[in-house]
Design a protein around this ligand. Structure first.
Ligand SMILES: CC(C)(COP(=O)(O)OP(=O)(O)OC[C@H]1O[C@@H](n2cnc3c(N)ncnc32)[C@H](O)[C@@H]1OP(=O)(O)O)[C@@H](O)C(=O)NCCC(=O)NCCS
Length: 200
């Protein structure tokens, strides 16, 4: 059920306070500031750190490519009222990822992987919860996915709370995660939400 809004350049999801849209070149500095902040980056195993302006540029280019192939929906969250960049919410769909072997793609059919980050000045105002909720609805109702997954590193109660409010539950506790930047392995809890159990 993919409508006209799925044209990648005009791709937009809306919530009461936020516009979620594809990142553009002019968002480079905002993306850089978000992930160059260690208080944000330390919770993200897939991010390389330090995060340079060049890394932000690549991040935006990858987001665009991911949306074209429908393998990743990496969307900027912008406050409706001010237009300010608030953070990022993402959904990866491994079955659509051409870089993965065919067998792995088939195994991951119906799966989406949720992620989100909010710039520090906007923490504790419900933006992660609001953006993630919209992405969950998009994943189930518009993409027809059957289950969503997310991982939360130990010591990140805010992220765990975002997932719990959406109805996610822990399916594997204490999984070892290797950070992309080669730091020491860390423990995370893996959460899952299946479509029929989602919070309303
Ligand atoms: C996790 C993160 C996205 C939360 O963003 P946010 O917009 O502040 O989250 P919300 O305002 O929607 O709050 C969600 C819940 O967490 C709670 N919370 C927020 N910060 C908290 C903290 N430091 N400790 C405990 N609970 C906290 C809120 O009270 C809220 O709970 P409630 O709904 O019961 O009131 C943000 O802290 C962040 O970007 N962290 C770094 C990146 C990251 O961890 N991403 C997720 C990786 S799995």
């Amino acid at each position: 059920m993919i409508n006209g809004a799925m044209q990648h350049r005009t791709f937009v999801l809306e919530t009461p306070r936020l516009i979620l849209r594809l990142l553009a070149d002019e968002d480079e500095e905002a993306v850089h500031q978000l992930y160059a902040d260690w208080d944000v980056a330390k919770s993200l195993s897939r991010l390389t750190y330090p995060f340079s302006v060049e890394a932000a540029r690549r991040f935006i280019a990858d987001a665009r490519a991911g949306l074209v192939e429908r393998s990743t929906y990496m969307l900027g969250m912008f406050e409706r009222e001010s237009g300010a960049f608030v953070g990022i919410v993402s959904l990866r769909v491994p079955s659509q990822n051409p870089a993965l072997p065919e067998a792995e793609r088939a195994e991951e059919a119906g799966l989406g992987i949720l992620g989100y980050s909010v710039a520090r000045p906007y923490w504790r105002r419900g933006f992660a919860s609001e953006g993630a909720k919209r992405m969950v609805a998009f994943a189930f109702d518009e993409l027809g996915l059957s289950r969503l997954q997310a991982s939360v590193l130990h010591g990140n109660p805010a992220s765990a709370r975002v997932l719990e409010r959406l109805g996610f539950t822990v399916v594997e506790a204490g999984v070892v995660e290797e950070p992309a930047d080669g730091g020491p392995p860390r423990r995370a809890d893996r959460y899952v939400l299946v479509r029929r159990n989602r919070a309303q």
